[in-house]
Design a protein around this ligand. Structure first.
Ligand code: SAH
Length: 213
């Protein structure tokens, strides 16, 4: 794993582009400047690592588009030391961004090979994530409650179990919708019985599927 001057230059250009597209959250941009996205991609796609595009990883899944990672991370607004649950570890890239922002990250992936490869890579990079092979629909009741929860797969609707595992005052960011395009939705848990929601435009994610494989 090498992060050359050329990679760093391409990454800097990508960050400039994200700023132009309206991303203003400095600690998100800083984390994305530091984390080499090309480490998380198949070697045949390395030249695409710093284009603002989603890309195939193994198991028929994708690494999210940089703009989407920046957008979701900005909505989450991570503060140092917060406990965050990510659903859909995938390549581990979004997980690395959250870790770089100082979160304590718990991340679940339903594909065993992705769970294993993300764990290996993040450990090699010196991160200490808490990764789980399991069904994100169930969350991680044994580790709840979380300050923030992030879904990185498109869910037809918000699973009650995940809202239960959010702290009061906490925030959950999820692409919601049963079709190809989902609405980026932010839920705020005001009390055990009161949740507010805001919508932030349309995105396209791989589907949130039940069970683990
Ligand atoms: N955050 C990832 C994006 C991966 S795409 C990254 O930065 O690369 C979404 C991921 O969600 C896929 O890897 C998919 O396998 C996973 N996923 C879908 N349904 C899931 C479920 N019920 N539980 C856990 N992971 C799930």
């Amino acid at each position: 794993m090498q992060d050359t001057l050329r990679d760093k230059g391409l990454r800097k250009r990508l960050i400039d582009k994200l700023r132009e597209r309206g991303i203003q959250h400095e600690s998100v941009l800083q984390a994305m400047t530091v984390v080499p996205r090309h480490f998380f991609m198949d070697s045949s796609f390395l030249s695409y690592a710093y284009k603002d595009q989603a890309f195939p990883i193994s198991s028929g899944q994708t690494i999210s588009q940089p703009y989407t990672v920046a957008f979701q991370s900005s909505l989450l607004d991570i503060k140092q030391g917060e406990k965050v649950l990510e659903i859909g570890t995938g390549s581990g890239y979004q997980c690395a961004i959250l870790l770089e922002m100082g979160a304590s990250v718990y991340s679940i992936e339903r594909h065993k090979d992705l769970y294993l490869s993300a764990g290996k890579l993040l450990t090699q990079m010196g991160y200490r994530p808490n990764l789980f092979w399991g069904d994100g629909y169930l969350g991680l009741p044994g580790y709840a409650p979380f300050d923030k929860i992030l879904l990185t797969a498109g869910a037809p609707n918000l699973p009650d179990e995940l809202i239960k595992q959010l702290k009061i005052g906490g925030k959950l960011v999820a692409p919601i919708g049963a079709t190809k395009l989902q609405t980026m939705t932010v839920y705020h848990k005001i009390s055990e019985s009161s949740i507010t929601r805001e919508e932030h435009g349309h995105f396209s994610f791989v589907p949130f599927l039940p069970g683990k494989i």
